[in-house]
Design a protein around this ligand. Structure first.
Ligand code: SAJ
Length: 434
């Protein structure tokens, strides 16, 4: 089947790269978003998010006439839903007295509802949003059935998760393997035909619920692996061991691959998705639940490490380097650094934060320095929270001239401690017991 026109609903970190890539491959794409500011920005050939290569692709797509952004769907051959599935802000589930977070499916629900008037026989509908198991069959299919058409009989319905890494989305969208889970084998085949437009990686067909589980399993596996690395960092600290050295030696074993400890797990994927399993089956997920707890508690371990390095936090001036949720991105959402700053301030420290990828960001209760110098000049200690490439290239002797601080706390193993010690710094590395 040839797809002449598709509608992509949700123009964020996933929907926009997907829409502009389809447009680049000659498909007529209608991008839909409820946010008028986003629509106006895109139709001017500008973008509202930062992702390498995306701005050029969107500009080209708009100029070619293949891409237009609007606030309401229209009739099309295929509809792709790529809206966010965050947590509910004020509501929690509970199992045996233990609270867990709940997915907020309102955006998926209203995106599916917005398709109903335009759905025709033979259409394809794709859900890309990361969702709890069975969302495609138990939530989306019944909503679309209100059109009078049945999924798998009158139109095709698939779940196909995005699996791209922020910072490399444009390349990974094309090169990564793609999972297509259909409510019927025919639906999966139709989904395969759509993504074969640009996907060069392997395309694997399966059923919709398997595809949902695959997506959640990938991110949950990573979260659990990071949780064990974080727990190892606490054990190494206690036993006078360097966790980074220990992990690198353990990883020489051909069947061991432990990830890195750090200040905690942030972003909108790894720290969110495991909860979808917990919510769906709390009685079956003690390991997943506790791994989330371990990673969420890691900012407290960082603050404890800082406190031990400084003796006391009261009145101490701390320069925090990096607020993004991970290296070399400008995304500050769900960042453990944010929580660490608040915890430090709560314990009496005075914090200035320097985030080179977003120096002008406004974050409630956080002093964002306009320059590196502003953050470090008067500081008592430097606290490295993100391994941005530019931080790793710092020259210790130059930094020593710019700051009166002589204490460093490195939570990401971003600096060569010998070089910093040679420039007069007392270096404390997370997960290294004295
Ligand atoms: N982190 C560690 N230690 C590590 C690796 C990461 O503490 O060894 C932290 C990072 O600093 C960050 C968090 O984990 O705070 C998440 O970063 P990440 O790079 O692991 O992942 P994301 O959230 O940017 O993207 C993930 C990717 N999933 C996998 O690698 C399995 C990506 O492919 C998915 O598309 C994305 O989630 C998503 O949208 O689900």
């Amino acid at each position: 089947m040839k797809f002449q026109k598709i509608c992509v609903i949700g123009l964020g970190y996933i929907g926009l790269p997907t829409a502009s890539t389809f447009a680049a491959y000659g498909v007529n794409v209608l991008g839909v978003d409820t946010n008028q500011y986003i629509i106006d920005t895109l139709n001017k050939g500008e973008i509202h998010i930062h992702e390498p290569g995306l701005h050029d692709e969107v500009k080209k797509a708009i100029q070619s006439g293949n891409f237009k952004a609007v606030t309401k769907p229209e009739e099309a051959d295929a509809f792709i839903i790529a809206v966010p599935t965050p947590f509910q802000e004020n509501k929690f589930g509970e199992y045996n007295g233990v609270p867990y977070k709940l997915a907020d499916m309102r955006a998926v629900t209203s995106a599916a509802e917005s398709i109903i008037p335009f759905l025709r026989k033979g259409n394809l509908v794709v859900l890309e949003s990361t969702s709890p198991p069975r969302t495609t069959v138990d939530l989306v299919a019944p909503i679309l059935a209100r059109s009078g058409l049945e999924a798998g009989r009158d139109f095709h319905l698939v779940y196909s998760p995005e699996r791209v890494l922020p910072g490399q989305i444009m390349r990974e969208l094309i090169e990564n393997a793609r999972v297509i889970g259909g409510v019927t084998p025919e639906s999966a085949q139709m989904g395969r035909d759509l993504y074969a437009t640009f996907v060069k990686g392997q395309i694997i067909k399966t059923d919709a619920t398997t595809a949902e589980m695959v997506k959640l399993m990938e991110n949950t596996y990573r979260d659990v692996n990071i949780a064990i690395a974080n727990e190892f960092s606490r054990l190494a600290d206690k036993f006078g061991v360097d966790v980074w050295e220990a992990i690198s030696i353990a990883n020489l074993h051909p069947r061991v691959k432990i990830l890195n400890p750090g200040p905690g797990v942030g972003g909108h994927c790894i720290s969110v998705d495991p909860w979808f399993f917990v919510e769906a089956a709390p009685e079956l997920t003690p390991l997943i639940y506790h791994s989330r707890q371990v990673n969420d508690a890691q900012p407290h371990f960082v603050v404890d490490t800082v406190k031990r390095a400084l003796g006391s936090l009261t009145g101490k001036k701390i320069a925090v380097l990096g607020l993004a949720y991970k290296p070399d991105v400008d995304d500050l959402r769900e960042s453990p650094a944010n929580e660490i700053v608040h915890l430090l301030q709560h314990k009496g420290a005075q914090v200035k934060a320097w985030e080179p990828f977003k120096p002008n960001a406004k974050l409630a209760g956080i002093h964002m320095s306009p320059t590196l110098e502003d953050a470090i000049t008067d500081a008592d200690a430097l606290l490295l929270l993100v391994k941005h490439t530019e931080f790793t290239k710092f020259n210790p002797s130059e930094i020593a001239q710019k700051t009166k601080a002589r204490i460093l706390i490195d939570t990401v193993n971003g600096w060569d401690d010998k070089a910093w010690k040679a420039s007069g710094f007392d270096v404390h590395l997370l997960g290294v017991g004295k």
